[in-house]
Design a protein around this ligand. Structure first.
Ligand SMILES: Cc1cc2nc3c(=O)[nH]c(=O)nc-3n(C[C@H](O)[C@H](O)[C@H](O)COP(=O)(O)OP(=O)(O)OC[C@H]3O[C@@H](n4cnc5c(N)ncnc54)[C@H](O)[C@@H]3O)c2cc1C
Length: 428
């Protein structure tokens, strides 16, 4: 069986390699001249396990083991390896309520080293972070933006061994080399422009250079372009996905000289997330989607602003300076990039579709870099079993996760699901 994977981002690279190892012939098609140059290249690469759904906790935890043992996971390749830096992940929810306690309990059941810190303990552990509460975040134009609230954070969830991968593009390249070593074909610099399926036979993928690629099955892993690619195949999904513009900004890390020690911080109380960058010289900061900020939906993923704006730069860096008072304003640096969001619940859609032979790994909602090493085997299992006659809609694929000993029923990522109960933000 020959499977064409549209998209050579972190997901396409992981999926194609897993398909090849499962016995399929696999060809990755990407319009860029190198893998990992789509939304993967803008990823912050954060690896955390705090998720509302148990299945996502399990996938993220399994993946964290693979990131930690990346060289062994890949096997021999001639490349610099992506690094998993593990300064810990400190998540500051606006409230420590029953749902947070339930997530912590589930994380512990999965074997995640996680602890709940109160405001004093968080401040003692990270004295350079302010433990005041800023919830609910407000726009910078709000007269109260800089006013002390007189409240402390409700607490923080600390994942001792969480962190981030540098660099996401390099991780995709590592996977490309592992895939090529094992027989995956890469057709880079090749843009898919149309899909035909004469007489219900194999798919004919038409490319911009006038060529065709024949495939028995197709996996759409085209990131923010995945909606367009589905349209080429005549595929519609019950769950809506949309590209969403984001900005990430870089600031100098005031702790660099002092030896670092800055964790990844998911500051839901303050409306941002941040982590060290460039071997701790910098910090990068993004949005945790507070309710006061409008979403920047994008109609055409080929037409959006890749630069940064004063509005978003101001609000993200000023929020960072409230949480981390030693940070100083410097020259504006950063980028604009796209998420591919599943609007209903911000969880990815990993599924077959109503078109036989057409599969999707899309709607990744700004958080599927971390799980990519596990989504690869999941999609491979899905494709191999469905092509072998399994009806995943009624008899869902279950993935064994060997590093953690956990099992995941993939139906929570189905296109037919009721929306998962999530935060409806990048936090999931
Ligand atoms: C700013 C930002 C920060 C993020 N931070 C994190 C994080 O901290 N942690 C985390 O886990 N996740 C994070 N994510 C999410 C994560 O990076 C994405 O979910 C993941 O990289 C998506 O990978 P992908 O392979 O699906 O898509 P992409 O990397 O976008 O790859 C899709 C590929 O498809 C190709 N393509 C599209 N159309 C065509 C066509 N017609 N023909 C041929 N090729 C085509 C593109 O060239 C592209 O290379 C972040 C994302 C962004 C944008």
């Amino acid at each position: 069986m020959h499977v064409a994977i549209v998209g050579g981002g972190i997901l396409g690279c992981s999926i194609s390699w897993a398909l090849r190892r499962a016995g399929a012939d696999a060809t990755v098609i990407d319009r860029h001249g190198e893998v990992g140059h789509g939304s993967t290249s803008a990823s912050c690469g954060i690896v955390r396990r705090f998720y509302s759904q148990p299945g996502m906790i399990a996938l993220a935890h399994e993946a964290s083991h693979l990131w930690a043992d990346w060289g062994a996971h890949l096997g021999p390749i001639e490349d610099e390896l992506a690094r998993f830096e593990r300064p810990g992940v400190l998540l500051i929810p606006p409230a420590i309520d029953a749902s947070v306690h339930a997530i912590i309990a589930r994380m512990k059941e999965c074997g995640v080293a996680v602890q709940l810190l109160d405001a004093d303990a968080a401040e003692a552990r990270f004295p350079f972070l302010c433990a005041d509460s800023f919830f609910p975040p407000v726009p910078t134009a709000d007269p109260d933006f800089f006013e002390p609230t007189g409240k402390r954070i409700a607490g923080a969830v600390f994942e001792e061994d969480g962190g981030y991968v540098v660099s996401p593009s390099l991780a995709a390249h590592n996977l490309r080399l592992a895939g090529e070593r094992d027989g995956v074909q890469f057709r880079l610099g090749t843009t898919l422009v149309g899909v035909e399926r004469p007489d219900g036979g194999p798919f004919l993928l038409r490319t911009a250079d006038g060529g065709t690629i024949e495939a028995d099955a197709v996996v759409n892993a085209a990131g923010p372009h995945s909606g367009l690619v589905n349209r080429m195949g005549g595929v519609t999904l019950p769950l809506e996905t949309r590209p969403l513009r984001r900005e990430v900004h870089a600031m100098k890390n005031p702790r660099y000289e002092a030896g670092g020690g800055v964790p990844v911080v998911g500051d839901l109380d303050g409306g941002i997330y941040f982590r060290p960058e460039s071997r701790c010289r910098d910090l990068i900061v993004g949005s945790a989607d507070p309710a006061c900020d409008a979403f920047e939906w994008v109609d055409d993923p080929d037409d959006y602003n890749e630069s940064i704006s004063d509005l978003v730069h101001d609000r993200q860096t000023l929020r960072l300076m409230k949480r981390f008072p030693d940070v100083q304003r410097g020259p504006a640096r950063g980028l604009g990039a796209l998420y591919d969001v599943t609007v209903a619940d911000w969880y990815p859609i990993i599924d077959k579709t109503d078109l036989d032979g057409w599969y999707v790994a899309m709607g990744t909602s700004g958080s599927s870099f971390k799980t990519a090493p596990v989504i690869g085997p999941l999609v491979a299992k899905l494709v191999m079993e469905c092509e072998g006659g399994r009806d995943h809609d009624v008899d869902p694929v279950v993935l064994d996760l060997p590093r953690t000993g956990l099992r995941v029923d993939a139906s929570f990522l189905s296109r037919l699901r009721q929306a998962n109960a999530t935060t409806g933000t990048v936090i999931g």
